[in-house]
Design a protein around this ligand. Structure first.
Ligand code: NAD
Length: 362
């Protein structure tokens, strides 16, 4: 199969970590008989340097012609980089918002996986984390409180602010379908998180999710209130497979879930639209403090590439091969600086990429 992949290397550690992910994709292609056709795209600071803006319309068009886009992080050090002398709409992060909007990326996926080998980095008690855990937080990304009408005004001499939380049934249905599709590729359980005891928007959410669930008889649906979910994530994270939730709840819960895994260098992510198209990127930023030193952890980007194979190309076996290779590297004792612990072998970015490639097999 020919894989038509857009690549945004980005800023800071972006080019270093994306290069390793491409190396791993090429290795997967070699082993499984696929060829990767990469289109390099400029975004963020790298685009400002060349085009004066963080994302051109031509780049958006080129991205739309690809089947998926793999991206490193964008942005620089706000205190020292000239990119941050520009007005907010011309700064690197504006490119990210523009591409998400242009490509209609409404579903954000963040896996939170605790590898048994890295459980020392997890702040939870050992009896809770024994055996590790593996969940996927699926967050609606383009609706809800962050996109509703808002205003601040004086009422009877008192300053009053209002933000509105709106969802229509179509917005809920499309993300719910995505959530159930993804559960079908995993352990077939969806926990839909809402605040249906208080909010109308949550009651509609719960109703529509239940309707969608009827088309997925193999998937177990459970409803959970958001406050309970926040507790359960630290009390018993192993119970979760796919957590499906609206924008603000997902924003908070995905950060909580990723913190309990330990290192930012291990956290992959994907943003999807209604087609198979997706934008795949590490959850962390461009880490300007370690850029160019060859010490960044490429695993989050490599795992994002595995998500791309699974969700945009339906290449599940190939995605499994990458995830297995990452686990094997950890079991064999190799660590980048951010996940280093006593008695392990410290390696740099490129060496970690090589070690993962060596472990890719059918
Ligand atoms: P950051 O995630 O870049 O860095 C936080 C800390 O984590 C740093 O100490 C960094 O060295 C470390 N870190 C991050 N990724 C790592 C990796 N792969 N390996 C080893 N260590 C890693 O967050 P920040 O410093 O707040 O932001 C830096 C820049 O990144 C800013 O310009 C910010 O706007 C941008 N940013 C971009 C994205 C994105 O592209 N989606 C997301 C978050 C932040």
């Amino acid at each position: 199969m020919k894989l038509n992949i857009g690549v945004i290397k980005g800023d800071g550690i972006g080019p270093e970590i994306v290069t390793e992910a491409m190396k791993v994709l090429d290795k997967v292609g070699e082993v499984y008989g696929h060829s990767c056709d990469y289109t390099q795209l400029l975004m963020g600071g790298a685009s400002i340097d060349v085009n004066g803006v963080p994302l051109t319309d031509e780049t958006v068009e080129a991205a739309q012609k690809c089947s998926a886009v793999l991206m490193g992080s964008i942005g620089g050090d706000a205190a020292t980089s000239p990119w941050y002398q520009l007005e907010p709409s011309k700064r690197p992060e504006a490119g990210l918002l523009k591409i998400r909007k242009a490509l209609n990326l409404f579903a954000n996926l963040r896996p939170a996986v605790l590898y048994d080998e890295l459980k020392g980095a997890c702040p939870l008690k050992e009896e809770i984390t024994e055996g590790g855990f593996d969940m996927m937080i699926m967050r609606e990304l383009t609706g809800g409180l962050y996109f509703g009408e808002r205003e601040t005004k004086e009422i009877d001499g008192v300053m009053t602010a209002c933000d509105s939380l709106t969802y229509n049934e179509d917005e809920i249905r499309r993300i719910a379908k995505r959530g159930f599709d993804i559960a079908m590729k995993r352990r077939k359980k969806v926990t839909s998180v809402d605040k249906a005891n208080v909010l109308d928007s949550s009651r509609l959410w719960r109703k529509v999710v239940a309707e969608v669930a009827k088309d997925y008889p193999e998937v177990t649906l459970e409803n959970m209130l958001v406050d309970n979910c926040a507790m359960q994530l630290v009390k018993d994270p192993k119970q979760f497979d796919v957590i499906l939730t609206e924008n603000m709840f997902g924003d908070i819960l995905s950060d909580e879930a990723s913190m309990v895994t330990g290192s930012i260098g291990m956290l992959a992510s994907a943003s999807l639209n209604e087609t198979k198209f997706g934008l795949y990127e590490p959850s962390g930023g461009s880490a300007p403090d370690i850029a160019g030193k060859g010490i960044a952890n490429p695993i989050a980007t490599i795992l994002s590439a595995a998500m791309m194979l699974r969700f945009s190309f339906d290449l599940d076996k190939e995605a499994d091969a990458i995830e297995r290779a990452v686990s094997k590297v950890l079991t064999d004792g190799y660590r980048t600086g951010d996940i280093m612990s006593e008695g392990k072998s410290k390696v740099g970015t490129a060496q970690m990429g090589d070690l993962i490639c060596e472990r890719i097999c059918q």
